[in-house]
Write a protein that binds this ligand. Structure first.
Ligand SMILES: Cc1cc2nc3c(=O)[nH]c(=O)nc-3n(C[C@H](O)[C@H](O)[C@H](O)COP(=O)(O)OP(=O)(O)OC[C@H]3O[C@@H](n4cnc5c(N)ncnc54)[C@H](O)[C@@H]3O)c2cc1C
Length: 564
């Protein structure tokens, strides 16, 4: 069997290596139009920042290794330019010489990835404007940064005297993963960084109130955010530096501009070959990665995938799914019955020592698809036992089905061990687990790693409390004219207090129940929701109508930012 794989990085390379492990006899050709196969594009922002010092560290594999270890005919600088599905052939162009050859295949795998969005804005091709997609992109950025800017420009014309000053101002356009990672790395390199984002939040998959926490964190670390503003063009000023012009009329000076406006599936070859393209613009495949042509498979950023939670088609450009899909395509080609389960969009980004991570559906996604059968909770557990040094709160939002408790999605932000919580929840979602399962999950514990009730258990307990009726909740955005009872200590009120609240500290509540109304719903508030829960249990058992304001004052702060 002869298999041609187009694209030699995440999906393509994992398909090639897996196929060889399953079929020693197959002839495998992997073509890559760029100069490298199987390189670590996820590491590019960190190479720009100097965290990954050597470019060679990003080249995790090579053409020669694919040949030697897997007997894969890996060809870099080789572009697939045309597929003829009826003849089962592909035209391949040698990028250096332009020579075109024709190869036949029994099975073809497409893993061409995505193309960077690059709108035709005035000045977009000016020197100093870069994207971060490939190793040569990162190299060009590093060279540009290291060259510095001409200082006292023009002096040399008269005196031969010319100075170079370091570049210091960066504008990053786009607040997604790659934009934020690159922006952080530029801050570490001493840049004054402005992030311009057209949406009203960074990290679009997060719900807005959770993104607000990230934004606050970025600003505290010196990044300037210009949200709700799109770029309208670029200009070069007299001294050679750049100006970024925005739709709101603002002008941001820059020594370097990073374009990170997102990606879209690279479907050029597939379209020309007449393969079905889905409603979201990606190559349509079945759960065995087969396209509308049974001998052509497609994987990675180029395809549409089924969202595991909503069941809708979506585009997810992530390395994990691309690798798994490459492996599944290889399995199926080798005669195995592997199937892709769909994607949850499980993601994480590290920023200035903190992490934001999420999995499954967000609240806005559930609203967009018209799902009304869900509830959400906010909680702020410690990353490990509070008495052990280094514990940090994790801000968590968990979404679950009201009717049966099935876990639908989770988002978490914090400075310690966010990843393991979202990874555990991601696994739970994929196994169809409920919040009741989270209550029972048996997770690693000793004080430096977690708590006897891990944040994952805790999320289950809180959510189950809501569904069992032990802890009716309300959210800040829907709080109206109810009686607001704040059970924090008076000293805490000095930090912040919601209007119209009556303060009865938890320790005094039993003795002061007579001060509370019996004919009105009471919304109970504390800092994070925990003391409010204790108070609420007391009130409910004494015949009051009490609800917990989920997430307490901590979630109020972020929800309030949405309203104002
Ligand atoms: C800077 C950066 C950081 C990232 N960070 C993360 C991260 O932290 N976590 C995460 O999950 N994901 C991350 N990603 C996304 C992840 O890298 C992609 O989702 C993944 O690589 C997709 O795999 P793929 O095989 O579909 O495409 P790619 O890995 O992009 O490979 C496609 C390859 O196909 C080649 N190609 C295209 N057309 C042709 C053709 N006609 N002929 C020959 N070759 C062709 C391209 O040159 C390209 O090298 C990051 C991406 C970038 C760019």
């Amino acid at each position: 069997m002869k298999v041609i794989i187009v694209g030699g990085v995440a999906g393509g390379a994992s398909c090639a290596a897996r196929l060889r492990r399953l079929d020693e006899k197959a002839e495998i050709i992997m073509v890559e139009r760029g100069p490298y196969v199987s390189y670590a594009n996820c590491g590019l922002p960190y190479h720009i920042g100097g965290v990954i010092e050597k470019e060679s560290s990003l080249l995790v594999s090579s053409e020669a290794m694919f040949r030697a270890m897997f007997a894969v005919d890996a060809r870099t600088g080789c572009e697939a330019i045309k597929i003829s599905p009826d003849k089962k052939t592909v035209d391949l162009r040698n990028v250096a010489t332009g020579e075109v050859t024709n190869e036949s295949y029994d099975k073809l795998v497409l893993s061409p990835g995505a193309v960077t969005v690059r709108p035709p804005l005035p000045g977009i091709d000016l020197p100093g404007i870069f994207q971060v997609r490939t190793v040569p992109d990162a190299r060009a950025i590093r060279e540009w940064l290291e060259r510095g800017s001409l200082f006292l420009a023009g002096m040399h014309k008269y005196s031969g005297f010319q100075t170079v000053r370091p570049k210091t101002r960066a504008v990053v356009i786009g607040g997604g993963f790659i934009g934020l990672e690159t922006a952080e790395n530029l801050v570490h390199r001493g840049f004054d960084v402005t992030l311009v984002e057209m949406l009203d939040q960074v990290l679009a998959p997060l719900d807005r109130e959770m993104a607000r926490i990230v934004e606050g964190y970025l600003e505290r670390h010196g990044m300037r955010l210009a949200l709700n503003d799109g770029v309208s063009g670029f200009k070069q000023s007299a001294n050679g530096s750049l100006e970024v012009l925005t739709k709101s009329g603002k002008v941001y000076p820059a020594d370097i501009v990073i374009l990170s406006l997102g990606v879209r599936p690279d479907t050029a070859l597939a379209k020309a070959a007449g393969l079905e393209i889905g409603e979201r613009g990606g190559i349509r495949v079945d759960d065995q990665m087969r396209t509308s042509d049974p001998d052509i498979f497609a994987v990675g950023d180029a395809i549409e995938v089924k969202d595991f939670v909503t069941g809708q088609w979506s585009l997810i450009a992530l390395a994990g799914p691309a690798n798994r899909q490459g492996r599944i395509a290889a399995d199926v080609i080798a005669g195995r019955d592997s199937r892709f389960r769909g994607t949850q969009g499980t993601s994480i980004i590290g920023l200035f020592g903190a992490a934001a991570a999420w999995t499954g559906a967000s609240e806005k996604t559930l609203n967009r698809v018209g799902d009304k059968d869900f509830e959400k909770i906010y909680l702020y557990p410690n990353s490990h036992a509070g008495y052990y040094p280094g514990a940090r709160p994790i801000a968590m939002k968990v979404l679950f089905r009201k009717s049966d408790g099935r876990l639908l999605g989770a988002q978490a932000l914090g400075e310690d061990n966010v990843d393991k919580r979202i990874s555990a929840l991601a696994m739970a979602i994929q196994m169809g687990a409920t919040i009741y399962d989270l209550e029972e999950a048996e997770l690693c514990y000793s004080p430096q790693f977690g708590s006897a009730k891990d944040p994952v258990n805790f999320a289950g307990m809180v959510a189950a409390g809501v569904l069992r009726g032990d802890m009716p909740i309300r959210h800040w955005e829907s709080a109206g004219q109810e009686f607001l009872l704040d059970v924090r200590e008076p000293v805490e009120l000095a930090v912040e207090q919601a209007p119209r609240t009556v303060n009865i500290p938890l320790g005094q509540l039993r003795a002061r129940l007579g001060e509370l109304p019996r004919n009105k719903e009471i919304l109970v508030i504390c800092r994070s929701g925990q003391r409010a829960y204790y108070a609420q249990r007391m009130l409910l058992q004494n015949g009051f109508k009490a609800r917990n304001l989920s997430g307490g004052m901590l979630s109020r702060y972020h929800v309030q930012l949405l309203v104002n």
